[in-house]
Design a protein around this ligand. Structure first.
Ligand code: SAM
Length: 237
């Protein structure tokens, strides 16, 4: 069970927030002197403590996505335009979802399976003013509840296998708390049913996820570590 603790000198709003989180998510409140890894309620917001180090939500490489804008594979392969409805099945810190919501100027729905990442991202994205509807859960469960063709584009950026992650990622929130489950053909079939235009999945250049999911088209460029697969949505009957 996720442990939760307040910062050393909590004020009233910190005390209220911890009670709210304990009640809502059934978290285990621990003594203030404890040094265990835990979710920490600070005056600056939520943080995750790992081996004594506090990690806060951050916008990731949003600036590089903004620079690429229409040249970015999410936009190019998804043919994203204003008004499109997009579902992000692997929200993480929400960098991609936030970028896409700026392109579409609509609310992006983002699903995150890890409670720790969900809590940090929900708060961080809200305080950054991001237009994202953040949901906790497994994206396959969410997809199963959706009607056919209810999102224009569905994206997923699952974790790269651990051996392909850079050393510098060892101290990241995502590396420490993410679900490393891979996507499978059941997930893909559901995503293609729920999509109106296409499904896009990001993968590592040295991984074989796109091949195992039989991508219809693969975008890769030079020595970039990321590549993207595209599948057409299932036809409307
Ligand atoms: C590589 S990160 C995504 C980063 C994200 N694209 C961003 O821009 O911040 C993958 C995230 O997806 C989550 N995840 C993995 N499988 C999932 C699933 N089936 N449903 C929901 N979230 C999932 C992981 O916990 C992790 O936070």
């Amino acid at each position: 069970m996720l442990k939760i603790i307040t910062c050393k000198k909590p004020n009233q709003s910190v005390n209220e927030r911890i009670e709210q989180l304990v009640t809502r998510y059934g978290l285990c409140k621990i003594e203030r002197q404890s040094r265990d890894d835990a979710l920490v309620v600070t005056r600056k917001g939520l943080a995750l403590r790992v081996s004594g180090k506090l990690m806060y939500w951050h916008p990731g490489l949003l600036h590089t996505l903004r620079e690429a804008r229409t040249r970015h594979p999410w936009v190019k392969l998804g043919e994203l335009t204003k008004g499109d409805r997009v579902l992000d099945c692997t929200l993480g810190l929400g960098t991609d979802a936030r970028f896409i919501s700026e392109i579409t100027q609509t609310t992006v729905v983002g699903i995150e399976q890890s409670l720790e990442i969900y809590l940090i991202s929900e708060e961080g994205l809200q305080s950054a003013g991001a237009n994202i509807d953040v949901r906790l859960g497994h994206s396959l469960d969410f997809l199963k509840q959706q009607k056919n063709h209810s999102f224009d584009v569905i994206i997923a950026d699952p974790m790269f296998p651990k051996h392909l992650l850079k050393q510098s990622q060892n101290l990241s929130i995502v590396r420490n708390f993410a679900s490393f489950q891979t996507l499978n053909l059941t997930w893909l079939d559901e995503a293609r049913r729920v999509a109106r235009r296409c499904v896009l999945v990001k993968d590592h250049i040295h991984n074989d996820l796109l091949e195992s999911l039989q991508a219809e088209y693969i975008w890769a460029k030079g020595k970039r570590s990321a590549r993207y697969g595209r599948w057409q949505a299932f036809e409307r009957k």
